[in-house]
Design a protein around this ligand. Structure first.
Ligand SMILES: NC(=O)c1ccc[n+]([C@@H]2O[C@H](COP(=O)([O-])OP(=O)(O)OC[C@H]3O[C@@H](n4cnc5c(N)ncnc54)[C@H](OP(=O)(O)O)[C@@H]3O)[C@@H](O)[C@H]2O)c1
Length: 237
């Protein structure tokens, strides 16, 4: 069994997700109030965990892990490690190459669980264990997200995950048909750059699985600070 995945993103009306480039909000709206709308809807989704892709994780933990990387983990080390996980929700970080130097075992107050590839170094596993950071594996190169989701379901009891980007990570979850709901808080702002990261950025040449999915509107809600909440069910056709 796998957890239910709800992709929950905040985006300006043109769907670009890098908030460092968004236009300033209208003087009637307050930027903190806009962000608060996203977090409030996130709480309403009542998930057990939230997930960030590698590039987004590196925005919060920019230091690179510099330990010994040529001593690859032994086969008997390739099993789940349960570190601190006492927070009410867990934060799942995709770090397939084991190259992020975490400086805390929590992000925004939630304990971190790292998803790794089986090629990571023994040093990195030791580093995570010293930090009491839990980890699971996602196949040889760390991209078997279906397998990682099954492990999170079985070993951590995670039943509902809020998938929070960036776009490439969202794209890979959509591509394997794992997303069951899409929740977008539209902020009254613009980006406008061609090629800027967007809500779903599938990297492959073809997006076969994506073309077999459709969206059914569950709800639309007018929020405070000029925001709108769009909530869709993702259906496999
Ligand atoms: N507005 C919002 O709600 C929101 C939320 C989160 C992030 N963001 C923004 O989104 C931007 C980053 O988005 P992004 O799409 O560039 O990066 P991302 O999704 O955070 O990370 C993408 C990278 O993750 C690695 N990766 C690891 N496992 C993967 C897997 N299973 N599938 C796909 N990729 C995997 C890949 O590295 P390799 O290339 O090495 O393979 C890929 O380049 C930032 O500007 C961030 O601030 C916005």
């Amino acid at each position: 069994m796998k957890p239910q995945i709800i992709c929950h993103m905040m985006a300006p009306v043109d769907g670009k997700v890098d908030n460092s480039r968004w236009t300033a909000p209208d003087k009637e709206y307050n930027a903190d109030e806009i962000t608060a709308q996203y977090h409030t809807i996130g709480q309403r989704l009542a998930t057990d965990a939230w997930l960030f892709g590698t590039r987004t994780v590196k925005e919060f933990f920019p230091e690179r892990f510099e330990g010994c990387t040529y001593h690859v983990a032994y086969p008997d080390q390739l099993r789940t490690f349960v570190g601190d996980c006492g927070s009410r929700r867990q934060m799942i970080a995709l770090v397939p190459d084991g190259d992020v130097r975490f400086t805390d075992n929590r992000l925004r107050g939630d304990n971190i669980i790292v998803v790794l590839g089986e090629h990571v170094s023994a040093d990195y596993l030791e580093f995570l264990e010293d930090m009491q950071i839990s980890y699971v594996f996602a196949g040889k190169d760390g991209t078997d997200i279906g397998k990682a989701m099954e492990t999170l379901y079985n070993d951590f009891g995670i039943r509902r995950v809020s998938l929070q980007g960036g776009g490439i990570t969202n794209g890979s979850f959509f591509q394997v048909g794992l997303v069951s709901e899409l929740s977008i808080v539209v902020s009254p702002q613009l980006d406008g750059r061609q090629g800027a990261p967007s809500i779903i950025d599938h990297r492959g040449e073809t997006a076969d699985e994506l073309s077999r999915q459709s969206l059914r509107l569950i709800n639309v809600e007018r929020l405070e600070a000029g925001c709108v909440w769009l909530h869709y069910q993702v259906r496999q056709m």
